[in-house]
Design a protein around this ligand. Structure first.
Ligand code: PEP
Ligand code: MG
Length: 758
């Protein structure tokens, strides 16, 4: 029977001809259903398109009543068509009417058809519609026919996604272009409106149907061989060859790349008449559809691997040899970069003047790409599921880095609402700017220093914009993290000098390298550790590998010739570590003097208080150090044994709880007792309510991100520090009071009308 019409291959050849005809999209769709019905000797072939309201609308039919086109709709989940859409899987039934999901629409006249085959119209794993064939006779459709129908569905998916298939007379839009709204977690404050740039541009497969299957198989096989070889090379490279997370990921890749099942599915797809790249896309779309329904995190991760692998293979097929290197394409004016994951260096490759936002499927608030996004002042949202599948390059998009929401192809009213929000924020920024010159003094005359946290040169102009008193924490590791090899002493010195120059005489506190733990330098080989946060990191590494610390200190000393130099050491757990670090600085200083270099005009050496053991050596350390700076992010993590990067426990313990406030107060008191300046440079100081508590327990200096200066200063200007202290101190001391003082502080702020919104 099939022979008379030539079977699926002929169908695909004819389909190629139809796609080339100069007709409207609707006419093309009408011809496609006729073609399929004839080729498959089916009495009926219909296309249902999923609409934004969730209904499936009949868009074309051969065999059913044509008057029903654009009039018949099925609700989501209704009938067999709804089932195919819901499950995103083909349904093939010889006796459709016996299926519990069967329902029919009298206006279509479909009650007389017994056999039914429906395939989802998928794109990037998202269902855009359903393609159906029906026969009066009880027949079962062959695997080959299902494949051919799925291939045709890919062609229709492109038509829907391109927006060519508009509903007649203002009907409900197809889902393919519908506005989408999704929630992730905020990584960087701000609101970005713009257009999508895919960090790894999706390969657009234009040529779906093959002319010569044997040639396509050959192309596929050689691309697969190149892909496998490239992964072998990656695995054999020195850095990755050592143990570590990278290697595990790549090993999984190697396993999947050599997986017979995957290879077989790709082959089968080519044998249905697809080009090699269309075959990869088909298999990838199925993977994505499965990924979206998979709830087991481990299996989802594996499906993600397969998805990545398909991307690599597509690139091998379309631009052989280019591998994974993402091309930073020409950017639109307001670029919002969307990626699965991204390192900090990759973000810095984009043209800063056009970048408005970042959306990631992965990434937590303390990831380095998030730190860079904050430094660049662009809105960023992370942990947004299937972000890359939701968008097309060029789509309009809004990134709300305050709430963590992302709107793709927003409706005009959402766009208007956000434009209002942006105007409101700009007005508020204007108000903050107006405060720039005002002294940072509370209602009752307490002077406070507000510094900035920084790590890149791009952060420095913020001193001027915010009127901050200087840089309270310069995270030197950022330069190391964004570099591809260990920065030489000269490069370090050049950066530190530029930073000091940009600060124009305001103090800058350089923190020595805080790497190790989660801050990995790709070019530095590290043993993998069971508990990296508690491992060989920061000052421990600096003291054990003195060359690294020495070079850095030398660069700082030279850069600060004739200026004030402030250096602080991270993760100090014992006073003796500070002594040793001071000795390194003194030796370097003596060396500099001996070589006739100009010395800094003054030098202060300080300690980060972020390991709880120091809380019990406060007198000694406050006496020895020139200043202390509390790293509340790590202090909280270690005091409460709660991983700071784990979103599950991120909000489990409150820094405004009595235990933590007592610890913080002890540091402030030790500083006051010994005349040693105490600053707090963790994230908590950036929130006005928390900053209020810190002022109440004695802090007079804080270091915050640039965006936080305005809100914290606004709160401070109307605060009576002595009154807040009188409220808070007894609550911290009371043994039978509430464990968490947030509610009491909130109530106080409300009573006094203090602006404590971040
Ligand atoms: C801290 O731990 O609070 C801190 C300021 O340092 P980092 O976030 O860089 O560890
Ligand atoms: Mg820290």
């Amino acid at each position: 029977m099939r022979g008379a019409y030539g079977g699926p291959r002929v169908l695909l050849r004819r389909l190629r001809e139809v796609m080339a005809e100069p007709v409207t999209a609707q006419e093309r769709l009408d011809r496609i259903v006729v073609l399929i019905a004839a080729n498959m000797v089916a009495e009926v072939c219909s296309v249902y398109v999923l609409r934004v309201d969730g209904d499936l609308e009949l868009y074309a039919t051969e065999g059913l009543n044509r008057d029903a086109v654009h009039r018949t709709t099925m609700r989501k989940g209704e009938g067999l068509v709804g089932l195919v859409a819901d499950e995103a899987e083909p349904v093939n039934l010889a006796d459709a009417q016996a299926h519990p999901a069967f329902s029919y629409k009298p206006e279509t006249g479909e009650e007389i058809y017994h056999s039914f085959m429906g395939v989802p119209i998928l794109r990037s794993g998202n269902t855009l519609g359903v393609l159906v064939v029906q026969n009066k006779a009880h027949r079962s459709y062959s695997d080959e026919e299902i494949e051919a129908l799925q291939t045709t569905a890919m062609v229709i998916a492109e038509m829907i996604a391109s927006g060519e298939l508009a509903p007649p007379g203002g009907g409900v839009e197809p889902v393919g272009r519908r506005p989408a709204h999704a929630g992730g977690s905020p990584l960087s404050e701000g609101i970005g409106l713009g257009h999508v740039v895919l960090h790894e541009p999706r390969v657009v497969v234009k040529n779906l149907i093959a002319e010569d299957a044997a040639a396509e198989l050959k192309r596929l096989d050689s691309a697969l061989a190149r892909l496998r070889a490239s992964i072998d090379v990656l695995l054999d490279e020195g850095d990755v060859a050592r143990a570590g997370e990278h290697r595990d990921v790549l090993e999984a890749f190697r396993m999947f790349a050599n997986d017979r099942g995957w290879g077989r599915r790709l082959h089968e797809a080519v044998l249905t008449g697809l080009t090699a790249e269309a075959a990869v896309e088909r298999v990838q779309s199925d993977t994505r559809a499965r990924m979206q329904r998979q709830t087991d995190p481990y299996l989802r991760e594996r499906l993600h691997d397969l998805d990545d692998l398909a991307n690599r293979l597509l690139r091998e097929l379309t631009s052989p040899g280019l591998g994974m290197a993402p091309a930073v394409a020409e950017l639109p004016e307001n670029a919002i970069v969307v990626a699965r994951s991204m390192g900090p260096a990759a973000l810095l490759d984009y043209d800063r003047s056009r970048l408005r936002g970042l959306v990631l499927e992965e990434g937590s608030g303390s990831s380095h790409v998030a730190i860079v996004a904050r430094a660049l002042g662009i809105a960023a949202v992370g942990q947004l599921e299937n972000a890359t599948g939701l968008v097309e390059a060029g789509d309009a998009i809004i990134v709300d880095g305050v709430s963590g929401e992302v709107h793709v192809r927003p409706t005009p009213d959402v766009e208007r609402a956000y434009a209002d929000k942006v105007r409101f924020r700009a007005r508020r920024q204007e108000q903050y700017r107006a405060l720039r010159e005002k002294p940072t003094r509370s209602q009752d005359g307490v002077d406070v220093s507000l510094y900035l946290n920084a790590g890149l040169l791009v952060d420095l102009p913020h001193i001027e914009e915010t009127g901050a008193d200087g840089v309270g924490l310069f995270r030197t590791e950022l330069q190391f993290m964004v570099a591809t090899s260990l920065p030489k002493t000269a490069a370090q010195e050049a950066l530190y000098r530029s930073v000091l120059e940009a600060a124009r005489g305001k103090p800058v506190t350089f923190r020595t390298l805080d790497v190790g733990g989660d801050k990995v330098l790709p070019y530095m080989s590290m043993e993998s550790e069971e508990n990296p946060a508690l491992g060989w990191r920061a000052i421990r590494l600096g003291l054990d590998r003195p060359a690294l610390l020495r070079t850095q200190v030398r660069a700082m000393l030279r850069a600060a010739a004739g200026r004030d130099l402030r250096i602080m050491f991270p993760m100090v757990a014992a006073v003796s570590e500070f002594d040793e670090a001071v000795a390194v600085v003194q030796r370097e200083r003596a060396r500099l003097d001996a070589h006739g270099h100009r010395a800094p005009s003054s030098m202060s050496l300080g300690v980060m208080v972020e390991v709880p053991s120091l809380l019990f050596q406060l007198d000694e350390i406050a006496r020895k150090a020139d200043f202390l700076s509390v790293g509340s992010n790590d202090l909280m993590q270690f005091l409460y044994a709660a991983d700071r990067g784990n979103p599950r426990i991120a909000t489990r313990f409150d820094p405004l709880s009595r235990g933590f406030l007592r610890s913080l107060r002890a540091v402030a008191r030790a500083g006051a007792k010994h005349g040693t300046q105490v600053t707090l440079c963790g994230e908590m100081a950036a929130r006005p309510l928390e900053a209020m508590a810190l002022l109440a327990i004695g802090y007079r200096a804080m270091s915050v991100s640039p965006a936080a200066v305005g809100p914290v200063k606004t709160m401070l200007l109307s605060l009576d520090v002595a009154e807040a202290a009188a409220l808070l101190e007894p609550l911290i001391d009371a043994e039978d009071g509430p464990a968490c003082l947030r509610p009491a502080l909130q109530a106080y702020a409300a009573k006094r009308g203090l602006p404590v919104e971040p």
